[in-house]
Write a protein that binds this ligand. Structure first.
Ligand SMILES: [Fe+2]
Length: 366
C-alpha cells in the first residue's frame, strides 16, 4: 500500500529524508512536562540551587510512569506514524508509551571553561541495547529526543551527525550475521571524518524525531543549567522492507537507508540476515534500575513530609501487579538478559572491552 501521509507537509518529509531528523516544536503536552519534572530534584537528590551538590555530570534515571504516545505528544505521534509508513506498521505493545526515564546532563566546572570539536566527542553511537542488529531490524526505527528543559547552544544538547548515517548503514549492510549489543567501535569510527554536526537545542516540550541510524553523542554541558531529556524509541511490528514492489510503499525511514546506500531498492538477493533475530532485556536498564529503590524511598519520604500518603507518589513500582507487568512489557523488561550484561549494582554506563555474541542458533533461512 502506498504510504498515506496524514500529517507531515512535503517540506517536513523532505527534511527528514535529507537530514535524517525532524524537530516538532512544542510537541509534548505541557501538563506532562510539568508533572514529570515536578519530582525531578527529589529523584536525583541534588539541591537545585547549589551546583556543588551535582555530583555526577551525566546521569540516566529509570522510568516511573509513562503515557500513551498519542496522548503524550499528539503531533509528534502523527509525525512518527507518517515517517514509519502508517500507524499499522507500529508494534502494538513495545514502546507505545513515553515516560520519565530522564537523561541528565549537568555539566561541570571544568567544562564551563573548556570547549572541544564535536567530531572528537566520545561515545558516538546509534541506539540499540536490546536486540541483534541487522540492517533491516525494525525493533528501533526512530530514536526520539524529548526536551524537558530549555536547551541553549553549549547547554548539553545531544550532538547529531547527519552525514554519518551512510557509514552506519554500510557497516550494518556488511554484517548480515547481525551484531549483538554493544557494537564494535568500528561502527562509528567514520564519524571523525564527518562534517555536519548539529546540537539539539530547543525549548522544554520540543521533540526531535531521528532516524535510528543517525549517529549521536552526548555533548558536554558548558553551562551550569541542567539539561533534562528523555530518549524513547519507536518499534515496528516487523522489519524494514527494502524491496517493496511499489516505491511509493517505502516509508521515509526505509528511504533514508536506501538513499544513504545510494540504491533505489535492496533486493533479498543482495541483503538478507544470516542469523536468527533475537531480543533481550535492555542492557542499560540494569544500571538505571539500580536507582529505583532509593528514588522511591526519597519520593515517599518527601510525600510524608508534606503530610501526604505513599499513594500520592506517582510510580508504577508502588502499584505492582498487572500495571507493573504491562509497564515492563512495553519496555521489554520481561525479556531474558542477552550477552554483555552489566554487573548488578552498576549505576552508570561503562565500556565493556570484550564483546560477546549470544550462543547462535543454526542459521535459518529468513
Ligand atoms: Fe543514544
Amino acid at each position: 500500500m502506498p504510504v498515506d501521509y496524514k500529517f507531515l507537509t512535503q517540506e517536513q518529509r523532505d527534511h527528514f529524508l535529507e537530514h535524517g531528523w525532524l524537530k516538532i516544536p512544542n510537541a509534548i503536552k505541557k501538563q506532562y512536562v510539568d508533572e514529570f519534572m515536578r519530582d525531578y530534584w527529589i529523584r536525583i537528590d541534588y539541591d537545585e540551587h547549589d551546583p556543588s551538590t551535582w555530583k555526577e555530570d551525566y546521569v540516566k534515571l529509570p522510568r516511573h510512569r509513562d503515557i500513551p504516545v498519542s496522548e503524550f505528544c499528539p503531533d509528534a505521534y502523527k509525525a512518527i506514524c507518517d515517517i514509519v509508513g502508517g500507524e499499522d506498521r507500529l508494534d502494538p505493545v513495545r514502546n507505545t508509551a513515553h515516560g520519565d526515564q530522564f537523561i541528565v546532563n549537568n555539566g561541570s566546572e571544568y567544562w564551563e571553561k573548556h570547549d572541544y570539536p564535536p567530531a572528537t566527542a566520545t561515545g558516538w553511537h546509534t541506539d540499540n541495547d536490546w536486540y541483534r542488529q541487522f540492517l533491516d531490524s525494525g525493533e528501533i526505527a526512530l530514536t526520539i529526543i524529548h526536551l524537558f528543559t530549555d536547551i541553549d547552544l553549549r547547554g548539553g544538547g545531544t550532538y547529531i551527525c547527519e552525514d554519518g548515517i551512510k557509514g552506519v548503514c554500510e557497516f550494518f549492510l556488511s554484517h548480515p550475521e547481525g551484531l549483538d549489543p554493544p557494537f564494535p567501535k568500528e561502527t562509528y569510527t567514520h564519524v571523525k571524518d564527518c562534517k555536519v554536526f548539529t546540537e539539539m537545542t530547543g525549548k522544554a516540550g520540543d521533540t526531535y524525531i531521528t532516524h535510528v541510524y543517525l549517529p549521536h553523542a552526548a555533548s558536554k554541558n558548558h553551562t551550569r543549567k541542567p539539561r533534562v531529556i528523555a530518549n524513547p524509541h519507536v518499534t515496528l511490528r516487523s522489519p524494514f522492507i527494502f524491496d517493496r514492489p511499489d516505491p511509493a510503499d517505502l516509508s521515509l525511514v526505509e528511504q533514508v537507508v536506501l538513499r544513504a546506500l545510494g540504491v533505489p531498492r535492496l533486493p533479498a538477493a543482495e541483503y538478507a540476515p544470516q542469523a536468527v533475530r533475537r531480543t533481550y532485556y535492555p542492557r542499560n536498564y540494569t544500571y538505571k534500575g539500580a536507582r529505583i529503590q532509593e528514588e522511591l524511598e526519597r519520593l515517599v519520604a518527601h510525600a510524608k513530609k508534606e503530610g501526604k500518603g505513599e499513594e500520592s507518589v506517582d510510580s508504577v513500582y508502588l502499584r505492582g501487579g498487572e500495571t507493573l507487568e504491562a509497564f515492563n512489557k512495553r519496555q521489554g523488561l520481561d525479556k531474558p538478559h542477552g550477552p554483555n550484561k552489566f554487573p548488578e549494582g552498576t549505576r552508570s554506563h561503562q565500556q565493556i572491552e570484550v564483546i560477546k555474541r549470544a550462543v547462535d542458533d543454526p542459521v535459518e533461512p529468513m
